[in-house]
Ligand binder design. Structure first.
Ligand code: GLN
Length: 231
């Protein structure tokens, strides 16, 4: 048959381990809410996507340097990021929580004095930890992906980590040996992002596509598939 060669291909950067939004399945294929949304939006809007799982901070750098067209990585829409990114309509929301080992004596922020806390480079969880570390007297150690951050807590080097509640709750539900000990911070919204002023056509297509997926039930189906609950 004749191939539709007119479809544009966009390169989209993403995180490596951020379930249920993005993660490698048992066949080493990248799956999750973000990957499905991106692929389904591409389908309804008539473009192709090439997904690049490079890690969260690397994704930020690749968008800013123009190496990729956009990123989708459970990325929180913040005023600070709006200075360098344009964001889509929000597609999910999550606050930040603190997690410790299940048998930890750390019950909250007040127990962190003189201790180490693990965060992931470039994330809003890291920003949050840095904003309160002087008040609570803890040190921050950084990791490039969530798995390594969790492992630092499991091994006992850090006593706690800060991470999006949607991701930690999902992780714990699926076997991650950590426990959440704080209430989520003010909720943030996740958005697809392009470099500020660049790729506006892609941004509009994302927004249009998301609207269609919400209207035709695909959005709900994706959320249900990856979280087991209704959107
Ligand atoms: N939502 C957080 C942020 O935007 C974490 C994202 C991630 O780790 N992929 O910083």
């Amino acid at each position: 048959g004749v191939e539709a060669t007119s479809e544009k291909t966009y390169t989209i950067a993403t995180d490596v381990t951020f379930p249920p939004f993005v993660y490698a399945d048992e066949n080493n294929e990248y799956v999750g809410i973000d990957i499905s949304l991106m692929k389904e939006i591409a389908k309804v809007e008539g473009f192709k996507v090439k997904i690049q799982p490079v890690g969260f901070n690397a994704a930020i750098q690749s968008v800013q340097s123009g190496q990729v067209d956009g990123m989708i990585a459970g990325m929180t829409i913040t005023n600070d990021r709006k200075k360098t990114f344009d964001f889509s309509t929000p597609y999910y929301s999550s606050g930040i929580v603190m997690a410790v080992k299940p048998n930890s004596s750390v019950k909250g922020l007040d127990n962190l004095k003189g201790k180490k806390v693990a965060v992931k480079t470039g994330t809003s969880g890291a920003d949050y930890a840095n904003s309160i570390k002087d008040k609570y007297g803890f040190k921050v150690v950084t990791f490039d992906d969530s798995d390594n951050m969790y492992n630092d807590v499991k091994s006992g080097n850090a006593v706690a980590c800060f991470e999006d509640s949607a991701v930690l709750s999902y992780g714990i539900k699926t076997g991650l040996a950590l426990k959440i000990v704080t209430k989520p911070t003010a909720t943030g919204n996740y958005g697809f992002a392009v470099k500020k002023g660049a790729n506006q056509e892609l941004l509009s297509k994302f927004n249009e596509g998301l609207k269609k997926l919400k209207a035709n039930g695909t959005y709900d189906k994706i959320i249900k598939q990856y979280t087991g609950s209704e959107a």
